[in-house]
Design a protein around this ligand. Structure first.
Ligand code: 13P
Length: 288
């Protein structure tokens, strides 16, 4: 299937009560791991690309060329969206121009009126090209690409206004953070989520910081209107752990064990296992 916008797959998920995974990608192995796994499980998926990851992979156009070619190579039949994650104002336009099919404009660090005005402008530019848009209200904590948010509970009044701008999905802080959760984490605020849902005009909600949130909490969030769950750090952790094990066991020193096709294989398989686990928790298998 051609690479598509995230709009339809999220509306279907919202209506039918399951979640679509946004798996953030970092290189060829990541893209292959996601595409082959979602095809096996017949699940829709969103490939998240941060500005830093896009730069690492050689720019937005390279990312799109890689995804489109691999999509064709593996005969992927399920819907796949390529989504800019936490896009800046300038980055959003660059990704749009390069053919991204979905854009998150993260204006959460601007004063609210400016976030609103810029979000409206980006919605108009993206929708003119059939590209879906995610907005963010209330910064989501943790560190991502050097950007540190303090973690907030979103203000429902702001959610009401932003979700009425025509965005196709929106992220609200509900106590979630990027990266590993601290031992004393209080959990998701379902109270805030319920408030946000009431004022979200039927727009599917997004849960950032999917790494390390207990499965039951994620499933409860899905039952309350979350249709997209972002996962990044968890794949990085399992990839690193599997690669470390391979090297610590000295396998790179045996025969041609140093060949990247062998060296990176355990990490690749570990990522596929995590993607399968997420799809099972989110309930998106056979929903393509
Ligand atoms: P994690 O890295 O915590 O999984 O969060 C991913 C994310 O929210 C990307 O926007």
């Amino acid at each position: 299937m051609a690479v598509v916008s995230a709009k339809e797959m999220l509306l279907k998920a919202y209506k039918e009560g399951y979640g679509v995974a946004q798996i953030n990608i970092n290189n060829l192995e990541w893209i292959k791991a996601v595409l082959t796994t979602v095809e096996e499980l017949k699940s829709p998926v969103i490939l998240g690309v941060s500005e830093g990851a896009a730069k690492y992979m050689g720019g937005y156009k390279t990312v799109m060329a890689m995804v489109r070619s691999l999509d064709e190579f593996y005969n992927v039949s399920v819907p796949v969206a390529v989504h800019l994650d936490h896009g800046s104002y300038e980055g959003s336009y660059k990704a749009l121009e390069a053919g991204f099919t979905s854009i998150m404009f993260d204006g959460s660090h601007y004063p609210f009126e400016e976030n609103l005005a810029k979000t409206k402008e980006i919605v108009a530019a993206c929708h003119a090209k059939g590209v879906s848009v995610e907005a963010e209200v209330g910064s989501i904590g943790g560190e991502e690409d050097g950007v540190i948010g303090m973690g907030e509970l979103a203000d429902p009044k702001e959610c009401d206004i932003i979700s009425a701008t025509g965005v196709d999905m929106f992220a609200a802080g509900i106590g979630n953070i990027h990266g590993k959760y601290p031992a004393n984490w209080q959990g998701l605020s379902f109270e805030t989520l319920a408030e946000v849902k009431k004022v979200s005009h039927g727009v599917p909600l997004v849960l950032h910081g999917g790494t390390g949130i207990p499965a039951e909490m994620v499933q409860k969030a899905i039952s309350m209107g979350v249709s997209k769950i972002n996962v990044n750090t968890e794949l990085q952790l399992v990839f690193a752990a599997a690669t470390r094990k391979y090297i610590e066991e000295g396998k790179d020193l045996v025969g041609k064990g140093f060949d990247p096709r062998k060296l990176l294989a355990p990490g690749y398989e570990a990522m596929k296992d995590i993607i399968k686990e997420k799809i099972a928790v989110f309930g998106s298998a056979n929903k393509a």
